[in-house]
Design a binder for this molecule. Structure first.
Ligand code: PT1
Length: 304
């Protein structure tokens, strides 16, 4: 599957840009918003407020009402400096939330994990997507993801969260290194029986990148279209905004909306964000420009 920017479409109207996510069908013929639901006690901008199941449910419900197509549930913080968690701890955090989101809200749940056990359990509980910031590099992750039958987002990263922001360096233009890494991971996935049409790619903003690296990656996001897979981006509230604008984490929304609009123009299919309502408006406005119009108020549209 390609992105909506590709007009030389080999896909006909029936199978056009529809991604099978378990029992959900995700329409990627226009850019979609993924709402972040952190279930970590140390999350960088939620301060662990969404650990309790009830809070998590209400927050997800609100994001869905605001137009999120996907809820991304994560039990391991991967922001710079974060410490690793055990698979059991991660499972204990994530499983009850995935189960509740599926049962109570019938939500399309993505599970933000690198852990094979969590992938397997989440897919059994009804999750519809796997989002792995380590691009299935952990032992057993390729097999677990392949066996789940779910789509997988492969993200580029350099180093591990504990040390990835210590003098990140690239010997070639960063977009080339990122594309080459992702191409290698795609090949490994295919070799493990994970078919291409189930994959998404993500350049991994903030994962072993300087501010300049991040800005350049967005500027040249188009170059990732060579891989012919839908692109997911996560820039919401990140330090790339904080550093450019000198804003603390709670004042980064305007900067984030500018980045979201630019990502849409460059063909990003999914935007992973904290502030769903504002981002849906920014994305839909940018999309209307690309379309030179709009057929319906996009923010009232719901998935079938
Ligand atoms: C991301 C992402 C993610 N980001 C995907 N999953 C995080 N697919 C978690 C900072 O610089 O971009 N794509 N899951 C969160 N990680 C970070 C990284 C948070 C950097 C903050 C920063 O502030």
């Amino acid at each position: 599957m390609k992105s909506f920017l590709d007009t030389s479409s080999t896909q006909n109207a029936d199978n056009a840009l529809q991604l099978r996510c378990g029992r959900h069908l995700l329409d990627l013929s226009f850019p979609r918003v993924m709402g972040i639901l952190n279930v970590t006690p140390d999350s960088f901008s939620d301060g662990g407020r969404h650990v309790a199941l009830d809070d998590a449910l209400r927050h997800a419900e609100r994001m869905l009402a605001e137009g999120a197509a996907i809820i991304d549930v994560g039990g391991e913080s991967t922001r710079p400096g974060a410490a690793p968690v055990s698979p059991q701890e991660e499972l204990d955090r994530v499983a009850p939330v995935v189960e509740a989101l599926v049962r109570e809200l019938d939500a399309l749940v993505s599970v933000d994990t690198s852990c094979p056990v969590v992938m397997r359990e989440a897919s059994e509980l009804g999750a519809g997507m796997i989002n792995d910031v380590r691009a299935l590099e952990r032992d057993g992750a390729l097999q677990a993801a392949a066996g789940s039958g779910l789509p997988v987002c492969l993200m580029h990263r350099k180093g591990e969260p504990q040390d990835m922001q210590q003098a990140p360096a690239y010997s070639r233009p960063i977009e080339e290194e990122v594309a080459e890494y992702l191409a290698g991971r795609i090949a490994d996935c295919e070799a493990a029986g994970l078919r291409r049409h189930r994959l998404l790619i993500d350049p991994g903003f903030g994962f072993g990148k300087s501010v300049e690296h991040n800005l350049r990656l967005l500027k040249y996001l188009q170059s990732l279209h060579a891989l012919e897979l839908p692109i997911l981006v996560g820039m919401s509230r990140k330090s790339m905004i904080g550093k450019v604008l000198a804003r603390p984490v709670e004042e980064r929304l305007p900067g984030g909306l500018a980045l979201a609009a630019m990502a849409v123009e460059r063909g990003a299919s999914i935007l992973r964000v904290h502030d769903v309502a504002a981002t849906v408006d920014a994305v839909n406005m940018a999309w209307a420009v690309l379309q030179e119009g709009c057929e319906l108020p996009l923010n009232q549209e719901q998935d079938a």
